[in-house]
Design a protein around this ligand. Structure first.
Ligand code: BJW
Ligand code: ZN
Length: 272
């Protein structure tokens, strides 16, 4: 999507900026779209999403890891290497600026990359885990990240084959180490989900950025905020099911819309 912040409706931008300028408790809820302009693929975008080329059932479920741990581990190592080469974009930086300015701001992300942290966000809540926190699949103890050089460039083939890498073994029980992400059918980390729900139920603005809003229970977070009466502002070039709860839709790419929103909000707050 190439639509720039310039094409986001001026009235919508001003309305969202006024909400942000007044807010004291903000939740920024992010999905893969915020990292898209850093070159990290989303999951469900029609042309570029990971699930267009790769079969989620063979790569992102506990059964997939049991059936073929090297296939799954190699695919996640390939993705970790890509994220390692990516840089935070202006959208991540704008989120960190919101965090620095608003008295109580909480970043809740579904993303498994570390681009929020690298942009300066202090302690984003990761609902779906992290590519950088592998753990033992048998005893759940954290395991060190492999130290060998990242995999070479080039995507695995359609099925994820061609990048098979045997997972390391746990130092305690010799079980196969797995990526520290949340697969389909797995529970989200309890403390993270609890903290996200608590923040959403107490906020006075929820900003949802770059998520299709299709994956539950994470997709409940904006709905919780709306149920508790907070306005919801959505940043996404496309329509999503979250349009139903959004008070303002800013239809454009995060790396353009978020900096424009932050500038407009601080201008509204200090009209010097
Ligand atoms: C831009 C942009 C730009 C593009 N700027 N925007 C209720 C109903 C139906 C099903 C369920 C339900 N409750 C649970 C389920 C089952 C399932 C589920 O939700 N399935 C649905 C898909 C139907 N959920 C689960 O299985 C969850 N677990 C669970 O429910 O456990 C129950 C349980 C309880 C107790 C004990 C045991 C079990 C777990 C879900 C885990 C999701 N995991 C993944 C993979 C993580 C690891 C990895 O990275 O490989 O998480 S799937 C994938 O989707 C990833 C993402 O975090 C997640 C969300 O995707 P996201 O971020 O929204 O990306 P996209 O691609 O969908 O959207 C991108 C958006 O960006 C688009 O809208 C674009 O337009 C936009 N965009 N460019 C701004 N420049
Ligand atoms: Zn172990």
């Amino acid at each position: 999507m190439t639509e720039g912040a310039g094409s986001v409706g001026e009235r919508s931008l001003r309305k969202a900026a006024a909400l942000l300028a007044q807010a004291r408790r903000v939740v920024v809820f992010t999905g893969a779209g915020i990292s898209a302009e850093s070159g990290v693929p989303t999951f469900r975008d029609a042309l570029t999403g990971l699930w267009r080329s790769f079969d989620a059932r063979r790569l992102a479920t506990p059964d997939a890891f049991r059936d073929d741990p090297a296939l799954v581990w190699g695919w996640y190592e390939w993705r970790r290497a890509r994220v390692g080469r990516a840089h935070p974009n202006a959208g991540h930086v704008a989120v960190a600026a919101i965090e620095a300015r608003v008295p109580h701001a909480v970043v809740v992300t579904q993303n498994v990359d570390d681009l929020h942290e690298r942009a300066g966000s202090v302690a984003p809540i990761h609902l779906h885990g992290s590519l950088s926190a592998p753990r033992c699949s048998a005893c759940a103890r954290p395991a060190p990240l492999p130290t060998e050089p990242p995999l070479p460039d080039g995507a695995p083939d359609e099925q994820g084959d061609g990048r098979r890498v045997a997972p390391p073994r746990c130092a305690h029980c010799a079980g196969p180490v797995r990526p520290g992400v949340v697969w389909f059918g797995e529970a989200l980390p309890g403390a993270a989900l609890e903290a996200a729900v608590e923040a959403a139920s107490a906020c006075d603005l929820l900003l949802t950025v770059g998520t299709s809003g299709l994956v539950h229970p994470a997709a409940e977070i904006p709905r919780v905020a709306a149920r508790f009466g907070a306005p919801v502002v959505q940043v996404n070039p496309e329509e999503t099911p979250l349009d139903a709860v959004a008070d303002v839709n800013l239809r454009g790419p995060a790396a353009q819309v978020l900096p424009a929103l932050v500038r407009a909000a601080w201008d509204a707050a200090d009209p010097a």
